[in-house]
Design a protein around this ligand. Structure first.
Ligand code: FEO
Ligand code: CA
Ligand code: CA
Length: 568
């Protein structure tokens, strides 16, 4: 168990240690949820992942491997013919869809890969370079099977890549709106910056478009509108240079003036139906979506909780109009007809969901219709007085109806507010909230203040990926400046006792992210994103250390050597 100094936690007078995070005194000691040997802080300086000694891992699905057996093998750098048939880069959110014992589909988001990593240089020189970069992004669906404890990628009719040149559809209030049409009359194509994810109770996958603005730039004269500014569109963008060869991403090209409005959505994919087009569900609003956590409410309606990961942006909740089962039976997507809310965190542990609807005068004064509200959800949420947060990342449902949300960090915060009390907040925190009876109010409290835990053996910073298992464990993956150059890590918290243990440390400059488990939770898949930031002098993972081989993003299948539940 990690030693952490006792600290006072805000929001409800909770007491915590860095080994003991929890609020309420426990009458009698519960059996420990985690009994593995915590990985030491110092192990985070290695070039290879370090796991608790009771655990082992297998590397799977590295960037550039064939999507399925028989496909083009990895060569560096990849090319525009091969990359669409290979695993993408920037492994992030994912989900496992069982096809029976020891077999299933893994849907994996490929959030981003810098040109210096994917192409080996910064600025694309040809349209083929852009196509290669584009095909490295998006997501993969692969079929995997386990035999004698080893997972392998299978030849499969389900296997597919979806990227920014794949056909997609729009549904919900913004579908067919003029704000999605371009003078070029080009078809709806693609998804980008696929960060965290969700899965629906009817068995589909949700992929979330986060920093989509970074893939746009301007080859000519461009002045951002106020709404474009709010979504971060700039002349240079993120340096990908797609706009140099692909006019869809050129903000100065009047023929594609609304192309940017086609991104920033939650997109649904049916992994079991490879012929079905992905669908962007516009009722869930447009912002920099981190993830989309779908939960069934007591009355059967579908709730989807979503973070918008930028400094001072918000937490949202979508509520379907009717019980999701009824809607599915009637052939209506529960993600198409419903209402979008944004969170205001008040003092004393109370909070309020503010409805983003054009019937509100504050919004009808500003927007032309509900589609305009959803398309510019950030602007609408500000007008309603939502609480600006310290970069909301993942949200997951734990015990007792609590939704846990990581607020990764915010160096720019000058004014604290009820739910973000550290200013500046370089190391982040985790809050938890639960909806109150009537549904428009919620209760909330701070669960973990990583900014108070930064010093000491139990140090962590910048919590990002979260996954709560049904036993009360909270898996916490980090993405940011860990103490003394410690690699990013995966920790396991017991949400009842507050115990916190380090399960994995990654490799230099990588982020650990993404969670999926087999139904028996004996295998957990986690992702190693941007190892070495692509620099072979930092790490060559998953290759052995040689100082020259380009590192590759990949998935780890981890398990307890004794076959127990992962996290125990
Ligand atoms: Fe893609 Fe906010 O992480
Ligand atoms: Ca993240
Ligand atoms: Ca992050």
């Amino acid at each position: 168990m990690v030693n952490i100094k006792r600290r006072t936690v805000l929001g409800g007078g909770l007491a915590t240690t860095l080994g003991m995070l929890m609020p309420h005194a426990v009458a009698k000691p519960a059996p420990r949820l985690s009994n593995f040997t915590a990985v030491a802080h110092a192990d985070g300086k290695g070039k290879m992942p370090a796991l608790a000694s009771e655990y082992e891992y297998q590397v799977m699905l590295p960037w550039g491997d064939p999507l399925q057996p028989g496909g083009p093998a990895f060569t560096y750098p990849p090319n525009a013919d091969h990359q669409p048939q290979q695993i993408g880069i920037g492994h992030d959110g994912m989900a496992f869809f069982s096809l029976g014992e020891h077999r299933g589909l893994l849907a994996i988001n490929h959030e981003y890969g810098r040109n210096s990593h994917v192409l080996g240089f910064n600025t694309p020189r040809t349209h083929a370079d852009v196509l290669t970069s584009q095909a490295a992004h998006g997501l993969s669906v692969v079929e995997i099977a386990e035999r004698d404890g080893v997972w392998s990628n299978q030849k499969s009719d389900y296997a597919r890549r979806i990227h920014v040149n794949s056909a997609v559809e729009f549904s919900g209030p913004v579908a067919n709106h003029r704000l999605l049409k371009n003078p070029a009359n080009n078809p709806y194509l693609g998804t980008i910056s696929n960060c965290a994810n969700g899965r629906t109770p009817w068995g589909t996958y949700l992929t979330c478009e986060e920093n989509f603005n970074l893939y746009f730039g301007s080859a000519g004269s461009f002045t951002a509108t106020p709404n474009q500014k709010r979504y971060g569109f700039t002349t240079y963008g993120g340096g990908y240079g797609w706009h140099l060869f692909d006019p869809r991403f050129d903000l100065s090209d009047k023929d594609y003036v609304n192309e940017g409005n086609r991104f920033g959505w939650v997109m649904e994919i049916d992994p079991m139906n490879p012929k079905a087009k992905p669908v962007k569900r516009t009722a869930l609003g447009r912002f920099k979506h981190e993830g989309a956590t779908a939960v069934e409410a007591d009355d059967g309606r579908l709730l989807v909780y979503m973070g918008d990961d930028s400094r001072f942006e918000f937490i949202y909740r979508y509520v379907s109009d009717h019980p999701w089962r009824t809607m599915v039976q009637e052939g209506i997507s529960p993600l198409d007809e419903g209402q979008l809310y944004v969170a205001r965190f008040n003092d004393h542990g109370l909070g309020e969901w503010l409805l983003l609807d054009i019937s509100n005068k504050t919004l009808s004064n500003e927007f032309i219709d509900q589609a305009d509200v959803l398309l510019n959800a950030r602007v609408a949420a500000t007008l309603l007085g939502a609480t600006p947060m310290d970069r909301p990342e993942w949200i997951t449902k734990g015990l007792s109806g609590y939704m846990y949300c990581s607020l990764t960090n915010n160096d720019d915060r000058e004014q604290p507010n009820a739910a973000n009390q550290q200013a500046p907040n370089p190391h982040g925190h985790i809050i938890r909230f639960r909806d109150h009876v009537a549904g428009q109010h919620f209760l909330w409290e701070t669960f973990l203040k990583s900014y108070d835990h930064y010093l000491g053996e139990g140090s962590l910073s910048s919590p990002d990926g979260l996954w709560a298992d049904p036993d009360g464990r909270l898996f916490i993956a980090t993405d940011g400046d860990q103490r003394e150059g410690l690699n990013n890590q995966l920790l396991v918290a017991d949400t009842t006792t507050g115990e916190l243990r380090r399960l994995i440390t990654g490799v230099p400059d990588c982020e650990i992210t993404g969670f999926a488990t087999t139904p028996d939770r004996r295998t957990m898949f986690v992702n190693i994103q941007h190892p070495g930031k692509g620099n072979p002098s930092r790490t060559n993972f998953p290759n052995p250390v040689d100082g020259t081989t380009v590192p590759r993003d990949c998935t780890l299948a981890i398990r307890r050597k004794d076959g127990g539940v992962v996290g125990s």
